[in-house]
Design a protein around this ligand. Structure first.
Ligand code: IFM
Length: 463
């Protein structure tokens, strides 16, 4: 795909000359996840995942959409990786589908494994850094049938899976993330039922979270042993909560919002303890924790992945919790999420102060959905261009404030299956026509490519 010659450096994407984004060692990449793009759910021995089951149940996903075909990436992976080259990015973040690579008895499924070997091999040939997430929500259904993340044994099965994949891909992966967004798996999956497996109970959510974090902590030493040269980390989605008023109750509500969204995950990982305030919010929901678990969970990390999307304005609910008060007149995305780049900067600076053992950070997801249309072969996604630019500026200002941030991944490379919202919400910098599977470079992608071309030329030019 050729770049449009009309894109000149006066285009509004280029960051200021003192921005860290010009540094060659600051990684700029794009991200995807297996269930959202692969399709081919019944091919080459792949087993059912909880999202196959959940999305096949009427009423769970908008318009009855499923990941059965998605972006057909399983068959189109080579040309999709070429899109990364067109984008000029340094890195690609992908996830492995657990039910594609391992059967119920824990035996490898070589055909599934070979798919990822080919894919990651090609990324290496292209000189791209590879960030691999082991669990981006597609739990094998047979494990859910035994209790899923409510069953402690799932954590040990996850370590087996991490063992298999890190032996198979040793030396090929630059960074392993154990889990993507355990908050979503635990809270949306087991706390409010919005995601697979669709259970709704706060006590389930805290227990599922504990087992997810235990899975992470059990897998980290396995990954270290099998693939010593790579980075090991985890990816957390974080939320900014701001108080609707200066009242003590509303300020407390905003604090509790951030405890529930951030400290619930980051405290056990970085302080080896759950935040006490979580159980003020959800009294009586303390998970069952065995001796040694918190040590396991708090194993040192090489990096922390941060996913950020929006801010939530809250007030006290008059009891122990918070309730959202949507702000009128603010800019929002197709998801209805408020665009608030300062929230990203403030959270990063706050984490740097709160956690003495904060590892280097990669922004592993940031981006927005818009109702993008192809008109005369082009997609003008001007709101996304401005969104990316403002969030990258927020990252740069956190770096200038002393936070060690090493890279940024756009969510997402392609429009894809947006979970309970199906295919309606478009997050990609490449548009996907789901009828024909045609990919069209959006204007945001053109500008990212142009900026990176310029950055690479500058970085390699003789002084
Ligand atoms: O599409 C998701 C992704 O799978 C996880 N992080 C948030 C994205 C947008 O909702």
């Amino acid at each position: 795909m050729a770049l449009d010659a009309s894109i000149v450096s006066s285009d509004p994407f280029s960051p200021p000359s003192d921005s860290a984004l010009w540094r060659r060692d600051f990684l700029l990449g794009a991200a995807t996840a297996s269930y959202q793009i692969e399709g081919a759910v019944n091919e080459d021995g792949r087993l059912l995942s909880i999202w196959d089951t959940f999305s096949a149940t009427p009423g769970n996903v908008l318009a009855g959409d499923t990941g059965e075909v998605a972006c057909d990436h399983y068959h189109r992976w080579e040309s999709d990786l070429d899109l990364l080259s067109t984008l000029n990015v340094d890195a690609y973040r992908l996830s492995i589908a657990w039910p594609r690579v391992m059967d119920e008895a824990g035996r490898p499924n070589q055909k599934g494994i070979d798919f990822y070997k080919r894919l990651i091999g090609r990324l290496k040939e292209k000189g791209l850094k590879t960030f691999v997430t082991l669990y981006h929500w597609d739990l094998p259904q047979y494990l859910e049938d035994r209790g899923g993340w409510l069953n402690r044994d799932t954590a040990y099965r996850f370590a087996d899976y991490a063992d298999l994949m890190s032996r198979e891909l040793s030396g090929q992966v630059d960074a392993w993330a154990t889990l993507n967004e355990p908050w979503c798996s635990a809270y949306l999956g087991y706390g409010n039922g919005h995601h697979a497996p669709g259970l709704a109970n706060d006590r389930y959510a805290t227990q599922a979270m504990h087992h997810l974090l235990l899975a992470h902590g059990t897998a980290v030493p396995v990954l270290r042993a099998n693939d010593p040269a790579s980075l090991k980390g985890i990816v957390a989605n974080v939320g900014r909560g701001t108080p609707d008023s200066n009242s003590e109750a509303d300020v407390r509500a905003a604090h509790l919002f951030e405890v529930q969204h951030n400290a619930w995950i980051l405290d056990p990982l970085l302080k080896k303890a759950y935040p006490k305030d979580l159980f003020e919010l959800w009294p009586g929901t303390e998970p069952l924790v065995l001796d040694g678990d918190m040590e396991t969970i708090g194993a040192p990390l090489d990096f922390l992945g941060i996913n950020y999307y929006f801010r939530t304005n809250v007030k006290s609910d008059g009891a122990h919790g918070f309730t959202e008060v949507p702000l009128p007149g603010v800019e929002r995305t197709q998801m209805g999420w408020e665009i608030h780049p300062d929230g990203l900067r403030d959270l990063l600076i706050g984490f740097n102060k709160t956690y003495a053992s904060l590892p280097p950070i990669y922004i592993t997801e940031n981006g927005m959905a818009s109702d993008d249309k192809v008109v005369d072969g082009r997609v003008d996604d001007s709101q996304r261009i401005s969104f990316l630019k403002r969030h990258l500026a927020a990252v740069d200002s956190a770096i200038k404030a002393g936070v060690d941030i090493r890279g940024y991944f756009i969510w997402s490379l392609l429009d894809n299956f947006e979970w309970a919202f199906g295919y309606e919400r478009r997050f990609g910098v490449f548009h996907v026509d789901y009828k024909t599977q045609k990919r069209t470079m959006k204007r945001s992608a053109e500008l990212v490519a142009k900026f990176l071309e310029e950055r690479n030329t500058k970085a390699t030019a003789p002084a």
